[in-house]
Design a protein around this ligand. Structure first.
Ligand code: ASP
Ligand code: MG
Length: 454
């Protein structure tokens, strides 16, 4: 089963060595049954663990990259672990497939969209399996329907409903076979392929890790972890060793594009420890984990920003029951997500202004919906601004510490940045500011919370 050692040795890199050292044998405490299953394996000297690894588009972008990935997988396999590997399509591939589909017909059938765009992952799953086999690691590709990964019927943006890992586990036990699973896809109730929305391979990986009760889910990408903020804006941004599920969820939904938001939700619900790391560099990544696993307590873990914002104000709406429902009902029926909402008390008990934000890509539609419902809502005029950004500070520390918001307001005031809208949650404060101040605001806040690297 092993390739002649000499053949592979030449290709070993530091990263391989680190992986071998870092993956200490461990039996999951959460799932003690693993210990029993591992008895009788043909490498009884190692206590193995089970990992799900996910490789994004840039990590499998060509034959050389796929060979490199096979090498990483082999190192873990040699250490005795059970491995399921989720792959994305080669970078650029999904965009190309989406483009072709739209070019033929903007109003294409979503089932055919899924047939087409899921194919990129089929290619990389097959190629990685071949690459693994070629270096002596038994591997088999699995499409979503073969596992099966069952989804709901929302073709194009499907959600995973269930995964039956029994087939993969049998191959683990009988042949030490690596499962190479196509990300981004599953099978819908109509028995056709369904895709999980752009970036959905992250979700495939976390969901599979939950189903397999894996020790950890490692998401290999082209960045080496999660940063305190966007390093393109703040060069002193630091990589976080750990971040809690909740903070990561805020970061992801607020525009940090490193993980699909849905994957973080799943990780949080199922407590799947998830590491984000680079397949290009030999460096540990960022572990997304339970708050209790984080020793270094910080007040604020990160600053996120989003330019994809639009602000709409309805001037002089009646201050009476039913008005909010008349505004936000039609928006929600149209599938438009409203984010921040502010309504003031009216001085005279008669009329007040209502301000809310939507994503910029939904702005035109939101305006149409409001104008259509104008008679029922009743407002004097409508104001809007698409030149706004949302800046957020995120940290579980703010649950227990006062003054976090004050630091934010003071830092922005010192830079002369006007705050238009404020919203808060238990672990986040967001402000809406003029778009031209985005960078300045992010930098000022990064410094104000002491996040700049020494
Ligand atoms: N290939 C898909 C996309 O580009 C899924 C993924 O890579 O996560 O969106
Ligand atoms: Mg991705």
């Amino acid at each position: 089963m092993y390739a002649p050692p000499g053949v592979w040795k030449g290709q070993k890199t530091l990263l391989h060595a680190r992986l071998a050292a870092a993956w200490q044998p461990c039996v999951s405490e959460r799932f003690p049954a693993f210990g029993h299953r591992r008895e009788g394996h043909f490498r009884p000297q190692v206590t193995m663990a089970r990992y799900v690894l996910k490789f994004g588009g840039t990590s499998v972008a060509g034959i050389d990259r796929i060979r490199h990935v096979a090498g990483l997988v082999k190192t873990l396999w040699d250490a005795g672990h059970e491995l399921a590997v989720i792959v994305s399509a080669m970078s650029g591939e999904t965009n190309k497939l989406v483009g072709w589909t739209r070019e033929l017909s903007p109003l294409h059938d979503a089932r055919e969209y899924d047939t087409i765009v899921s194919s990129g992952e089929q290619v990389t799953a097959g190629l990685l399996s071949v690459a693994l086999d070629a270096i002596g690691v038994p591997a088999r590709s699995w499409m979503g329907w073969q596992v099966p990964i069952k989804t709901d019927s929302m073709h194009g943006t499907a959600r995973i409903l269930s995964i039956d890992p029994a087939g993969i586990e049998t191959r683990f036990a009988q042949q030490r076979q690596v499962a190479v699973v196509a990300g981004f896809q599953g099978v819908a109730p109509d028995n056709r392929i369904a895709t999980l929305g752009r970036g959905g391979s992250d979700t495939s990986a976390v969901a599979l890790a939950a189903a397999l009760m894996a020790e950890r889910c490692d998401i290999y990408t082209d960045v080496d972890g999660v940063y305190t903020t966007d390093p393109r804006i703040v060069p002193q941004a630091r990589k976080l060793d750990r971040i809690s599920y909740e903070e990561m969820l805020e970061m992801a939904s607020l525009g940090a594009k490193v993980l699909q938001t849905r994957s973080v939700e799943l990780a949080m619900v199922h407590n799947v420890r998830t590491q984000v790391l680079s397949s290009f560099e030999d460096r540990p990544g960022t572990l997304v984990c339970d708050e209790d696993e984080i020793v270094e307590k910080r007040l604020v873990s990160g600053i996120a920003y989003s330019r994809d914002e639009a602000k709409i104000t309805l001037v002089k709406v009646a201050d009476k029951p039913g008005v909010a429902a008349a505004i936000f009902g039609p928006l929600s029926d149209a599938g438009i997500n409203v984010d921040m909402i502010v309504q003031n008390v009216s001085e005279d008990g008669q009329a007040t202004d209502m301000t809310f934000t939507v994503s910029r890509s939904e702005y035109e539609r939101a305006m149409q919906v409001i104008e259509k419902a104008a008679a029922r809502i009743g407002y004097r005029k409508i104001l809007s601004d698409t030149n706004v950004s949302k800046i957020s500070v995120i940290g579980v520390g703010m649950r227990t510490h006062a003054g976090v918001a004050q630091t934010m307001f003071r830092a922005l005031a010192e830079k002369g940045i006007n705050i238009q809208v404020i919203s808060t949650s238990e672990i986040k404060i967001s402000v809406l500011v003029a778009a031209e101040y985005t960078e300045l605001a992010v930098r000022a806040l990064h410094t104000a919370y002491g996040l700049d690297a020494a």
